[in-house]
Write a protein that binds this ligand. Structure first.
Ligand code: ATP
Length: 234
């Protein structure tokens, strides 16, 4: 198991953001977390990454507990957040290379991985541009590139194509599928049913901090149609 979340509870004063939440992500899966605004997605992400303390429960990554200082675990994780987390004063090339150098010591490898990632996302024509000069779609591709350049074993994506044009969306979606084919485990967090359905092998539906449904696409579809049938019969 790559991610194992058990009975996770996180409160902000009286608000219960995560309410005995459980999640199991197996190696090589794309696991989609689908939930509306305020359902607890960001809180879950922060708890998994060791950025927020939780009140109850446990989180294990590859069987180990994660905290702010878990460098060995962190280098195996790539994160792409909804908001851009790139440096304005660095060019597209320098940004990708910088994020790579945080986890890869060998300078030649940093060059190699940076070049490979730029080609993977079709960013060759934009390497000298600063983020301010990039379109929203190219910015999304740059953020994605910064998250994957060190070849993480686990990729955590929070609304990775939000605001991107159709071409960049397709580039990112195809890259996610390709990374899965290469064996990367992916946690894909989104409010968008179509994206989740298109990519995920397993899905968890999150509502007010609770996992209200969990399973493969087919299992969830059966549950939904069964639910509709029951409500019609009632
Ligand atoms: P969105 O998609 O809008 O980002 P989300 O699904 O990521 O939403 P969270 O941001 O995790 O949801 O919020 C879950 C609940 O916890 C919401 O009710 C939110 O208002 C509340 N919450 C989140 N952060 C805080 C905080 N720092 N202080 C108080 N309440 C918070």
């Amino acid at each position: 198991m790559v991610i194992e979340v058990k009975n996770l509870v996180k409160r902000y004063d009286r608000i219960i953001a995560l309410d005995y939440f459980n999640l199991m992500v197996k190696e090589g899966q794309i696991h989609g977390i689908l939930g509306p605004a305020g359902s607890g997605k960001t809180t879950l992400l922060d708890c998994i990454l060791g950025l927020k303390k939780y009140d109850k429960g446990s989180i294990l990554l590859w069987g180990k507990k994660m905290d702010r200082d878990s460098y060995e675990l962190k280098k195996d994780i790539g994160v792409v957040l909804e908001e851009e987390a790139v440096f304005e004063e660095l060019t597209l090339y320098e940004n990708i290379s910088y994020f790579c150098s945080l986890y890869v010591g060998d300078k030649q490898k940093v060059k190699e991985f940076t070049k490979e990632t730029i080609e993977f996302l079709g960013l060759e024509d934009f390497i000298k541009l600063y983020p301010k000069k990039l379109s929203p779609g190219l910015l999304r591709r740059l953020s994605f590139a910064c998250g994957i350049v060190h070849k993480p074993k686990l990729l955590i994506l929070d609304e990775p194509i939000e605001g991107a044009d159709p071409h960049s969306r397709k580039k990112i979606m195809d890259s996610i599928q390709e990374l899965k084919n290469r064996g990367t485990t992916i946690l894909y967090i989104s409010q968008n049913m179509d994206e989740i359905e298109q990519l995920s092998t397993e899905i968890t539906m999150l509502d007010r901090g609770r996992a209200i449904a969990q399973g493969t696409k087919e299992e969830l579809k059966n549950m939904i149609s069964l639910g509709e049938k029951i409500s019609v019969e009632v």
